[in-house]
Design a protein around this ligand. Sequence first.
Ligand code: GUN
Ligand code: FE
Length: 425
Amino acid sequence: MGSPQSPPLAHVFKGTFVHSSASAPLEILPGHLLGVDDNGTIVFVEQADQLEQLAKTWGFKTSDIRQLSKHEFFMPGLVDTHIHAPQYAFTGTRVDLPLLQWLTSYTFPTEAKYQDNGFAEEVYTRVVRRTLKNGTTTACYFATIHTDSSLLLAEITGKTTSFLPFFRFVTELLEKKYPRVQPIITPRFGPSCTEDLLNALGDLAQTHDLRVQSHISENEEEVKLVESMFPTYQNYTELYDKNKLLTSKTVMAHACYLSEEELKLFSLRGAAISHCPNSNFSLCSGVLNVRKVLEHNVKLGLGTDVAGGYSASMLDAIRKTMMASNSLQINKVNGTGITLEEAFQLATLGGSQALGLDDVIGNFEVGKEFDALLINTKASDSPFDLFSADDFEDALQKFLYLGDDRNISEVYVAGKQVVPFSSSV
Ligand code: GUN
Ligand code: FE
């Protein structure tokens, strides 16, 4: 494909594309043509009646077009804004204790095992493969303090996009050995830090203009502990802010108990929140009022928070976002309802905004990278049945509520097909 005037195209797809824009939580584009160039960039998204003109401009033939079936559509890759790679080892188990006891009983002993590179390599390979199969094309990972095993995670995720914690690490990542992986300053949470440590990390973040991630106001006991450990700060948010860790490159997980004042500070700094509803329910931590966060103009994405959250699927995060919203409504917290379309938007475009990547990924706008999932609502082993087969919106809802990796037949990262796996992934 390609003409002398333009670089060759890697893909031209024809069919239905579903995505979000800043103003519309859900846009369905039936009968469209989408072209991806050799760099993985989307170069056009047009109605199919523009075929002749597009073919002329971009130098492709009708036979180069991949026509989707009527049960297939493309949606943007899912963005997991908060996931602990080492905790994947115990996902789906041990969510029977509140946060602080869960951390000391299960999490810290498990994470200590990552000084063993062999163990790390096995778990990290599996978490990357599992999340890719589940449709996660960008992930913001917590690793552990062990540099060697964290570099292994960088190597394994290097084929997709990830943000990983610090140290020797930063130098290697900044040398662009793995261009799709970026380092991120990661104080675990208030209670595991001293003021000096937070301050030093804030200096580092500022000096090198680095990303920051942590946990905030996840559980009431944790909030009280932070108040007692750091009595000179007004609140938890101020602890991070005064130490230069609340910036436009920050993502804080949970944020269930933030006051209005704290949300205003998040908004002012351009810092983002990662909503992790599976974890919030599983560890009985709290329920984030998503509507309130959005009304404060705070950037918001969704996270699985493996393994506080028992599922490594962002489709599950969408479903649990709906349940969290419904539980607030049941409890008569007014004006809190989130629609399924909005939950979809948070899992895709919202995540890209939270990570400051909305000019690169998050939807199918021309100029962005083609991070995409090919969904087949009639896959032979589909976990759900389509009765009203011609109603596209029903099929889409069924996929969002009932679908899984059996419906995700192909996954693309920056135009490159990564699922089904080639042996190198
Ligand atoms: N707070 C501090 N560490 C953790 C963690 O590993 N998981 C969760 N959910 N919360 C935390
Ligand atoms: Fe977490």
